[in-house]
Design a protein around this ligand. Structure first.
Ligand SMILES: NC(=O)C1=CN([C@@H]2O[C@H](COP(=O)(O)OP(=O)(O)OC[C@H]3O[C@@H](n4cnc5c(N)ncnc54)[C@H](OP(=O)(O)O)[C@@H]3O)[C@@H](O)[C@H]2O)C=CC1
Ligand SMILES: Cc1cn([C@H]2C[C@H](O)[C@@H](COP(=O)(O)OP(=O)(O)O[C@H]3O[C@@H](C)C(=O)[C@@H](O)[C@H]3O)O2)c(=O)[nH]c1=O
Ligand SMILES: [Mg+2]
Length: 301
């Protein structure tokens, strides 16, 4: 197989770092930090991406601070909305496909059904609204795109719920965690493998059914409290920190941004079109836990 060269935004992000970890004989990953490409800047980005010679561009950089986005709405829209549009316009100008990473937070989280790709969006917070603006900007810029909506992302690195739980458990015997938000924790390691498969498909085949919007999430669903319990069960089994988890309603955990209660994502479309299906969330958690806990060190920054 010929070498695939991905140019990725957001150099230190969970997904970007997972992509870099896959680089090897058949995959090159060029990560652009904000020093070389600032998503929040204005103007044509084609020259920056041209210099990096992508086969496929992956927009993994984003403003992901969900609560802070409520008070920094303009910045969130600049990065996640217009920034995504500039990336996709550059891809169009260079005649290469673009993969946009999006989120379950574009939905309002009502009901209990699995969200399908063509269901109506209705973000309930600024972060979700800014990511939806990004999706729309990508669709307007080029038909040669795959928008991959994922959810509840964690990795052995970066800022995420798994590392937060392990850190808090070092000083507290008991943690109160919301139990009324349902979704699928998804490992950045799995996302990166899926992105590479989708990128290869886009780079080598012109089929229309490979393009458009897809949901990318682990198999199975849980809630944040049960996710925390599984984190501690796996951690304890490896001799790592654990804590007792008390289930609480979201109303007992007030935050600036509301979260969608139902983040179940139907992933059939991606499985059929791209042949990508992720493992059960517990199985993928184990791959990350073995790095975080068997390392016998405090989780890395
Ligand atoms: N984290 C999650 O739970 C979920 C994430 N997603 C989406 O997945 C994608 C990847 O997320 P994830 O890897 O977790 O993100 P992270 O928060 O780990 O990383 C985001 C990256 O984007 C960079 N970035 C922020 N602002 C700019 C800017 N103005 N210019 C250039 N780079 C910038 C950050 O840099 P710096 O560190 O310097 O700020 C960081 O490196 C994003 O599109 C996100 O919206 C979707 C669902 C869930
Ligand atoms: C730390 C902590 C969090 N929580 C709650 C808050 C929240 O509802 C839930 C998860 O916390 P987080 O801060 O990880 O939530 P959040 O940052 O909203 O996570 C989201 O990030 C964005 C970028 C996405 O795209 C989403 O898919 C989703 O992963 O757990 C507790 O109940 N107790 C706690 O001790
Ligand atoms: Mg967060």
């Amino acid at each position: 197989m010929t070498k695939l060269r991905l140019v990725v935004t957001g150099r230190e992000g969970q997904v970007t770092r997972a992509l870099q970890a896959l680089a090897g004989r058949e995959l090159e990953v060029v990560a652009l930090g904000r020093d070389s490409f600032d998503l929040a800047a204005e103007g044509d980005a084609t020259a920056v991406f041209a210099t990096a010679r992508p086969d496929v561009i992956v927009n993994a950089g984003a403003y992901t601070a969900v609560d802070k986005a409520e008070s920094e709405r303009d910045l969130a829209f600049a990065v996640n909305g217009r920034g995504a549009g500039r990336v996709a316009q550059a891809a169009a100008a260079l005649n290469v496909p673009v993969i946009q990473i999006s989120t379950d937070y574009v939905f309002d989280g009502s009901g209990e059904n699995f969200w399908r790709e063509d269901d109506s969006t209705g973000p309930i917070g600024a972060y979700g609204a800014s990511k939806l603006a990004g999706e729309e900007a990508v669709r307007a810029a080029t038909p040669n795109h795959a928008i991959l909506r994922t959810c509840w992302v964690y990795a052995p690195w970066g800022a995420n719920f798994v590392k937060t739980m392990l850190r808090l458990a070092q000083t507290r015997p008991e943690l109160r965690v919301v139990a009324d938000q349902t979704g699928a924790p998804t490992s950045a390691l799995d996302i990166a493998e899926a992105v590479v498969t989708v990128a290869r498909n886009l780079a080598t085949r012109s089929d229309e059914n490979l393009r458009g919007t897809f949901h990318l999430a682990s198999q199975g669903v849980t809630n944040w409290a049960d996710f925390a319990r599984e984190i501690f069960a796996q951690s304890a089994a490896r001799g790592g920190p654990s804590a007792n988890v008390v289930s609480i309603p979201s109303s007992d955990y007030p935050t600036p941004a509301a979260r969608p209660p139902n983040s179940r994502l139907s992933t059939e479309k991606l499985a059929v079109a791209h042949g990508v299906r992720l493992p059960d969330w517990r199985q993928s958690l184990a791959r990350v836990m073995e790095r975080l806990v068997d390392a016998k060190a405090t989780p890395t920054a």
